[in-house]
Design a protein around this ligand. Structure first.
Ligand code: SF4
Length: 379
């Protein structure tokens, strides 16, 4: 199996201190031993390994996604230098596209100019309006980061060709319509809102007080999107509708499929996906590095074979195989299946929420189809 997407973790630190962060606030503390930023030696090795892999697999297009921590923690000029270096090393083999997932607080116009010249795409983390965003996404001082992110958005609006959208984390204590209206009013039309990463060891926050808090939020969000904010491309909801209509695709918010990327940490070690860090210490580590192994060897490692096995239909939990939405949900996001007793052999910790949301979305969709069909027949 060949892949063409590489998450390059250029910084293992962040200038924010968000309380739900899957890298710094869950079960894995390996970041403490990682170099704070990626070194020239790791970049050189990565570029060599990538070049070798592109050639071996005859790949003519590859995607590099800069991640952190906060990728701009490494420095804006340095990030541009890194992208130039990788491109120069690999351009005879494949066209390389770059993007980054950033909290937005360190962006300035000169950096965006440099990104625009190179086609480096930018995706921002933004949870919603000020009161929602600042509730979790704070600096170490305790002050919220909203104003700085808003400034970044206003700058990014001058560069629509590289602005890829926003991703937020759901806090079910805030009304979904308020959040979707905020995105809509600010012309942030490519969005996704993710459930906070949780496992059976660390269940979703707030559910102990109100068992249905996430189900209610998701259903209300779906209704708000479906009736008022359809111009928003809300990735998870669009994926669910496509699944209900029988168009199969995969999204790592859910299960099934295969890992179609690999992550490289600041120390040059290969990893599966960062979100696995919510499960246990070193859960994402493959056990190989750029210094001892080719990309090909990492992709064919036991760890990735095991990861893909867990995502295969034959290995999703029995309940999921019998679930009427099993082909869309596939047991949910893999880390959300984790328990200390049973490993990943559980339905998602958000199973009830998924069942409620899928059933609601199906009902809504069928009513809409019925309405349209009647209108069509009447003619
Ligand atoms: S909704 Fe629950 S039972 Fe159905 S596939 Fe998802 S996790 Fe499994």
């Amino acid at each position: 199996m060949a892949i063409n997407t590489f998450f390059l973790r250029v910084a293992a630190r962040c200038n924010l201190n968000c309380d739900y962060c899957y890298v710094f606030k869950h079960r894995d503390n390996s970041w403490k031993k990682m170099p704070a930023t990626i070194s020239d030696i790791v970049i050189d090795n990565f570029s060599e390994r990538l070049r070798e892999y592109l050639f071996e697999e005859n790949i003519n297009q590859a995607n590099i996604i800069f991640h952190g921590g906060e990728p701009l923690f490494i420095g804006k000029n340095r990030l541009i230098e890194i992208s130039d270096k990788i491109r120069t090393m690999c351009e005879n083999y494949a066209s390389i596209s770059f993007s980054l997932q950033t909290n937005g607080t360190l962006i300035d116009e000169k950096f965006l100019d440099n990104c625009a010249k190179r086609g480096i795409g930018i995706s921002l983390s933004l949870d919603g309006p000020e009161n929602v965003h600042n509730h979790h996404r704070k600096y170490a001082s305790g002050s919220g980061s909203f104003q700085d992110v808003l400034n970044a958005i206003n700058l990014l609006k001058k560069y629509p060709e590289i602005f890829e959208g926003v991703i937020g984390v759901i806090d079910p204590n805030f009304a979904p319509d308020e959040i979707l209206s905020f995105y809509d009013d600010n012309d942030l039309t490519n969005i996704d809102l993710l459930l906070p990463d949780s496992t059976y060891i660390d269940p979703p926050m707030g559910k102990e007080k109100d068992h249905f808090i996430y189900s209610k939020w998701l259903i209300n969000a779906f209704d708000s999107w479906f009736s008022k904010h359809q111009r928003l491309h809300y990735r998870t909801f669009e994926h669910i509708l496509q699944g209900l209509l029988g168009t199969s695709s995969t999204l790592d918010t859910f299960g099934l499929g295969k890992l179609d990327y690999i992550t490289i940490e600041t120390d040059g070690s290969y990893h599966t996906t960062d979100i696995m860090k919510v499960a246990y210490e070193n859960a994402s580590a493959i056990g190989l590095t750029l210094f001892d192994s080719s990309i090909s060897k990492a992709i064919n490692s036991e760890k990735i074979l095991e990861y893909n096995k867990l995502l295969s239909w034959n290995n999703i939990p029995l309940k999921c195989k019998h679930c009427e939405f099993g082909n869309i949900c596939g047991g949910g996001s893999l880390p959300h299946r984790y328990s200390a007793d049973n490993g990943f052999s559980n339905p998602s910790i958000y199973c009830e929420e998924m069942l409620a949301l899928f059933a609601h979305a199906r009902n809504k969709l069928f009513k809409e189809i019925e309405k349209e069909t009647k209108r069509f027949i009447k003619g």
